[in-house]
Design a protein around this ligand. Structure first.
Ligand code: ZN
Ligand code: ZN
Length: 272
């Protein structure tokens, strides 16, 4: 393994409500761990953009991360982006935010699914039909794949952290094969990137999001672009699981990995 090849494309700083460390400290830790590049992708929830002060946080994130980029030049490639939550709640606002700064990369996520007034973490999955829920969740993500402002579809099976991880519900992916294929085909057709999110490896579910079956299916259908992100909210987790994610990508036939600079897709050899 060449340590300089490790790139973490999903990192939160203290400019996210749930992030705890400053961009400078995260960069210092990333250099110590031998990472080559990180992408800061602080939260920006579109449906609560003003009421929950994401407008201020996104502003601070951009400037604090820019300072870190300059300070660590030559040691660490610092990419600056956002994790846009619920872009489908206001596409015009999404466009305005994404085009307001020269971002490198934009992740798209659904944290608050349509019809729910809470985060996917708070849903009581033992009281709903999880198959209907996931079909609707994938339909929302499929729509997101057509949004020009989104580059990477983040943690597409995120509810599984609770469905399988917390509630211990056995989930048969074959029952949502049609919706899964529609989502993966939309990602491919629109030249978007599928994220392997490694945060599940640090949680009870013990698996990446999505897990291997979906990554293999993406490859079978002709998918080309895979990025890997730790979704760290602490400097100590930055880079966590990236190596495992690279091995998984390799097993599924991805010899190249994707990152973005100036919102342009770049590729690097997956030489794990
Ligand atoms: Zn997220
Ligand atoms: Zn995140």
């Amino acid at each position: 393994m060449h340590k300089e090849r490790i790139i973490d494309m999903h990192v939160h700083s203290d400019n996210s409500p749930d992030g705890i460390h400053s961009p400078m400290f995260i960069c210092e830790q990333a250099v110590d761990k031998g990472l080559r590049a990180i992408a800061f992708t602080d939260h920006c929830e579109i449906d609560t953009y003003h009421s929950q002060k994401y407008d201020c946080m996104a502003f601070h994130s951009y400037f604090e991360c820019s300072k870190a980029r300059v300070a660590f030049e030559g040691q660490l490639l610092v990419l600056i982006g956002l994790e846009i939550g619920q872009p489908n709640s206001d596409y015009e606002l999404t466009k305005k935010i994404v085009n307001s700064r020269p971002y490198d990369v934009i992740l798209g996520s659904i944290h608050t699914p349509k019809g729910f007034n809470c985060d996917i973490k708070e849903i009581e999955y033992d009281k709903i039909d999880v198959y209907d829920f996931m079909k609707n969740y994938f339909a929302e993500l499929t729509e997101m794949a057509y949004c020009p402002e989104i580059d990477i579809l983040a943690h597409i099976t995120c509810p599984m952290r609770r469905i399988q991880g917390k509630y211990g519900i056995a989930f048969d992916y074959e029952k949502i094969q049609k919706e899964t294929d529609e989502l993966l085909k939309a990602i491919i057709k629109n030249d978007k990137v599928l994220e392997i999110n490694t945060s599940g490896l640090r949680q009870p579910i013990g698996k990446t999001m999505p897990d291997e079956n979906i990554i293999r299916r993406y490859k079978e259908l002709g998918g080309k672009h895979i990025s890997i992100g730790s979704d760290s909210h602490s400097a100590y987790d930055t880079g966590a699981g990236i190596r495992e994610g690279m091995l998984l990508a390799k097993r599924c036939g991805f010899d190249r990995l994707t990152f973005l600079v100036d919102r342009e897709i770049m590729e690097i050899e997956n030489n794990i």
